[in-house]
Design a protein around this ligand. Structure first.
Ligand SMILES: [Zn+2]
Ligand SMILES: [Zn+2]
Length: 254
């Protein structure tokens, strides 16, 4: 590859060339490549020319359309891997809207989309999203057999019935398991029971004095709390915010 390791550069791009080999690109070009500022293939096309294909194929439109935008929570930031967008390397802040990949990694929407429209892999962990490339799909499914999407219970509960059914179908859960299952909570139970996803522990709810919140907290304090626990309260007044926070299960009365 000709690119020597340099510890002080800080940026390392790990890309797959579609045949299972890893390409390491270090230095500023990696960050720039993720940000879409340069084409990561530019300096490496000669080395890759004999591979027949440069990198994994694009993510399918259907898969892109399903990626949820979520708010960064304090718990997300506590995980090193989600402290920053690993495409542009900018740090996330609590409350920022970010795109959540099935592996659980968080990116700025524009950063992730510019990458995923070219390649179906998570830049952080190489989780492979669905593609429209029939040849590639057989290998992708085999490689991803042991990598279920990761969700917290609260995130599963927030998914639509349609999305939950997609998860079950993607995991190739036998249709007989779904007979008579139509309520959302039953679908969530089915997703968990069939291990269609890897369930990640929910952060413990915060126990707070609701009367104090109602009588003494400022709007800003409520907004800060909502951002901290990742609940969207845009456009709500104080009373509504408290109700939504309690409904989320992330806040419980002390
Ligand atoms: Zn970014
Ligand atoms: Zn990932």
């Amino acid at each position: 590859m000709g690119a020597g390791a340099s510890a002080d550069q800080g940026h390392i791009l790990i890309a797959s060339n579609g045949t299972g080999d890893l390409i390491l690109i270090n230095g500023p070009i990696a960050g720039a490549a993720f940000a879409g500022l340069v084409d990561p293939r530019a300096g490496f096309s000669a080395a890759l020319a004999d591979q027949g294909r440069v990198g994994p194929p694009p993510t399918s439109q259907a898969a892109l359309a399903k990626l949820p935008v979520v708010r960064v929570s304090a718990d997300d930031l506590a995980q090193d891997e989600n402290a920053a967008c690993c495409v542009c390397l900018e740090k996330h802040s609590v409350g920022d809207p970010v795109l959540r990949l099935p592996c659980g990694h968080l990116y700025h929407e524009a950063c992730a989309m510019s990458w995923l429209k070219e390649h179906c892999t998570c830049p952080n962990c190489r989780y492979e999203l669905p593609t429209d490339d029939a040849d590639y799909e057989a290998g992708r499914k085999a490689r991803m057999r042991h990598r279920r999407p990761r969700y917290r219970l609260g995130e599963l509960m927030d998914l639509s019935v349609h999305h939950l059914r997609d998860l079950l179908r993607d995991a190739e859960v036998d249709a007989s398991r779904l007979r008579g299952v139509c309520e959302k909570r039953d679908l969530v139970r089915c997703v968990i029971d069939t291990k269609a996803v890897d369930l990640v522990a929910d952060p413990l709810p915060l126990a707070l004095d609701v009367d104090v919140m109602r009588n003494e907290w400022s709007v800003k304090q409520l907004h800060d709390l909502a951002a901290r626990v990742g609940v969207d309260v845009a456009g709500l007044d104080s009373t509504e915010m408290i109700d939504v926070l309690l409904d989320s299960g992330k806040i419980i009365p002390a």
